[in-house]
Design a protein around this ligand. Structure first.
Ligand code: NAG
Ligand code: NAG
Ligand code: NAG
Length: 404
């Protein structure tokens, strides 16, 4: 596929929304310094630290393989869809762990995987291609959450030959399952499903896929699983630009944030349903700790009060892109393509390329994840009493990455 074809850009952009931070803790630590020994993470481009680069369908390319991606921190493109670190990078720093190995980067040895594995792939959906084919829609990449859990099973076999040994490894690991689902929503909305149709016919399947992945890792012995929720879709420059001029099904704009209320309503609906599933998981697995990470609030807090968090006062414009106008987003001049330019100070921006966050926003998201803020949108029951050391480990980690 030609680099920067609109379809690839869409895929790359979508892929970018991947994942995030996961993290949680295992019951292992009880009073010891290292609460966790490694991280296993699942998700999309918000969490991908180098997997999509190795998909044959991207030809080793995609925008995140080119400058100016990585310019702030790594000083070179690494496959991360940001100017620097992702939230998962900040979380492992905060917990003083090694960066998990991108699963598709090669290796496939116990030595490689012993320090944790990142299964997140830019562009990944939570639902498999069959779900979309039946509806006349096309996912961006041939990877869904089911592929990632199959890879996890393979890693499990490589890591330990006895069931007891494997369960011990899982119990000392932090699992981060998500963010995943953004690409499902992009595929559906770009394919002209209405927000109402997405709510009734897509959301329940996405939440079921996430629940099934969490069940699977707990069955393998995981004792701490962090499940990040949906980001505020209505604040994404890509979607703001897509619906600009009244097309589509965006609905009104929120007066305080400038975000699209109907798309944010979809994200809030996702998060309510996800929390319902998390409550059920807690009931079914009293020996495991399942934490919710509120990415929605982490991002909307900045968008509503950018100055308070050190961001500029136009938080809905992308730092890097080729668009004129309020959002600086143009799909045919996507960040890194000719016709695009990057802002001088990415740390003042929330959105890096219109789809993915800047390193500065990712740090803030990581801080929020490490805060373990309880879900407070009403309805969801409080967390069950669990044996987790996550709150203590997370709080200690916050100070290490400069959270206020
Ligand atoms: C994901 O799983 C599907 C169905 O098993 C398979 O066809 C596809 O090739 C897998 N993708 C990758 C990248 O392995
Ligand atoms: C969605 O609708 C727009 C505007 O009506 C149209 O141009 C576009 O081709 C449609 N996309 C799909 C995938 O049907
Ligand atoms: C988007 O970028 C392309 C390529 O640089 C350019 O031809 C087009 O005019 C731009 N569209 C808008 C609306 O700015």
């Amino acid at each position: 596929m030609a680099p920067f074809s609109p379809r690839l850009l869409a895929a790359a952009a979508a892929a970018a929304l991947i994942g995030v931070l996961a993290t949680a803790s295992s019951a292992v630590a009880r009073g010891e310094t290292a609460a966790y020994t490694r991280v296993f993470s699942f998700g999309d481009s918000l969490t991908d630290t180098g997997n999509a680069l190795h998909l044959p369908s991207t030809g080793g390319g995609g925008p995140a393989s080119r400058p100016p991606y990585g310019e702030t921190f790594f000083r070179r493109p690494t496959g991360r869809a940001s100017d620097g670190r992702l939230a998962v990078d900040f979380v492992v720093e905060a917990l003083r762990l090694r960066h998990p190995a991108p699963y598709l980067a090669g290796g496939e040895t116990a030595a490689e995987f012993r320090h944790g594995v990142n299964f997140a792939v830019g562009g990944s959906t939570s639902l498999p291609p069959e779900f979309y084919e039946g509806r006349g829609l096309k996912p961006f990449v041939p990877v869904s959450l089911a592929n990632q859990t199959v890879w996890f099973d393979k890693v499990l076999q490589i890591l330990g030959s006895s069931d007891h040994g494997r369960r011990k490894i899982m119990a000392s690991s932090l699992f981060i399952v998500g963010e995943i689902g953004v690409n499902d929503y992009l595929v559906s909305l770009i394919g002209n499903l209405t927000v109402g149709e997405v709510k009734t016919s897509v959301v329940p399947h996405i939440v079921a896929a996430i629940r099934s992945a969490v069940n699977e890792v707990i069955a393998a012995g995981a004792t701490t699983v962090v499940v990040p929720g949906m980001i505020p879709l209505g604040c994404e420059p890509q979607l703001l630009a897509l619906y600009q001029g009244g097309g589509g099904d965006a609905g009104d704009y929120d007066a305080k944030s400038g975000c699209m209320t109907r798309l944010n309503g979809l994200a809030e609906h996702h998060n309510r349903e996800l929390n319902r599933a998390i409550a059920e998981l807690r009931g079914a697995h009293p020996g495991a700790s399942v934490a919710y990470a509120d990415l929605y609030r982490a991002v909307t807090d900045i968008v509503v009060s950018p100055g308070r968090y050190g961001f500029r006062d136009r938080p809905l414009a992308a730092c890097c892109g080729g668009g004129a106008g309020a959002y600086n987003f143009n799909m045919t001049a996507f960040c890194g393509a000719s016709g695009s330019t990057a802002c001088a100070d990415p740390s003042a921006y929330v959105s890096w390329d219109g789809v993915h966050f800047t390193e500065a926003a990712n740090r803030h998201i990581a801080c929020a994840v490490l805060k373990g803020r309880p879900y407070d949108d009403g309805g969801a029951p409080p967390a069950a009493a669990t044996p987790t050391t996550w709150p203590t480990a997370a709080e200690a980690g916050r100070s290490r990455i400069g959270c206020s």
